[in-house]
Design a protein around this ligand. Sequence first.
Ligand code: HEM
Length: 400
Amino acid sequence: MSTTTGTDDAIGLPEFPADRDARCPLAPAPEYREWRETGGLRRVNWNGHAAWAVSRYEDVTAAMTDPRISAEVPMQQSSMAGAQMFPRMDDPEHARLRRMLTKDFTVKRVQAMRPRIEEMANEFIDTMVASGSPADLVEAYALPIPSLVISMLLGVPYDDHAYFQDITSVLMSRTATEEERQKARKSIFGYLFDLIGKKEREPDDALISRVAREHLQEGQLSRETLAMNSLILLNAGHETTANMIALGTLTLLENPAALARIRDTDDPKVVSAAVEELLRHLTIVHNLVTRVAKEDIELGGRLVRAGDLLVMNLAAANWDPDFVSDPDRLDIERDARGHVAFGHGVHQCLGQVLARAELEIALPVLLRQLPGLRLAVPPEEIRFRNDMSIYGVHALPVAW
Ligand code: HEM
């Protein structure tokens, strides 16, 4: 075991997340292979803080279920007075707050939403086709679907989607200044406070109204925390699935056999296995999954000291040959279940059933409606989101 204490400064350490290679932008950053192969834990500079990047599948899953490792990372706590942020809290308080939201994300609830999601996907394609080829798939399709879904689920007016998208992109940017973030947070909290007040006066069946009725009025939840939960869901609902739809489409355009298999099958199991493999292969959450050691522990053969930061390198873990054989190959027939694209342990993604449903609908609908879909620009002109906490493409010009 190494005796590294983990108190060294961040300056001079490799930056995390590392940029993906422009020649191979769908694969994790090339240096992750070496990080994984040489001991698994690596000192990195995460947002100016020294941290351990955890890159092996076995170490990531162990760390995310280790009760001595906490999600209460000091520099990621809520800056909004009185607002608890459950993704950055430990059980039992994390579980108490999360439970208030789970009803709306169950398999049964999501199943009931599928026909409406399919209708939406078709409507957005009709609108895109009506405006003519070429189009930006991100703006015309990949973003509007999850945006409308999360708006409906929460009960926020979809007409305000351009505003949420702007706020979300500031909050998820790795280059925005603290001042810009503060401004965005203040603005969205003001908006959400007004909305919660409106829901109390005019209740509906959607999530914010339900949680206000069941928990706010019972005193189990503060108004600030309800606004925070709504913001977390709005952010997560906008950024993640949208990037998977766009990056997934690009990946399929580059893998015509996989594209044809998804387009031509009428077996939902084939589509769901393909979506699992795309989630594994692309692992778009390449930042943000951070933890802190509560006591000295041994992880991946290293001594991690109490107080040390850990950042989960999900992309590296999902490409670990000890998890799947031949990880570099996109193989939509393989069983990719067990991947960590949605995290692992008690913080595993609350929206995963919904995200899977959106992907299982959005990708085949797009490929079937537009069988001639192709890139409208040379691949080297596509701008990838190395600058954002969630990976993807800034725009995806397509023609059909
Ligand atoms: C947590 C990925 C879609 C809501 C997470 C985590 C990951 C993740 C990796 C774990 C974070 C951690 O352990 O620190 C993804 C991916 C998505 C997706 C790849 C789409 C493809 C969604 C959607 C929603 C959502 C659509 C909600 C509408 C959440 C919430 C948490 C979370 C609330 C925090 C859970 C907790 O701490 O208990 N997600 N997510 N996600 N996700 Fe997702």
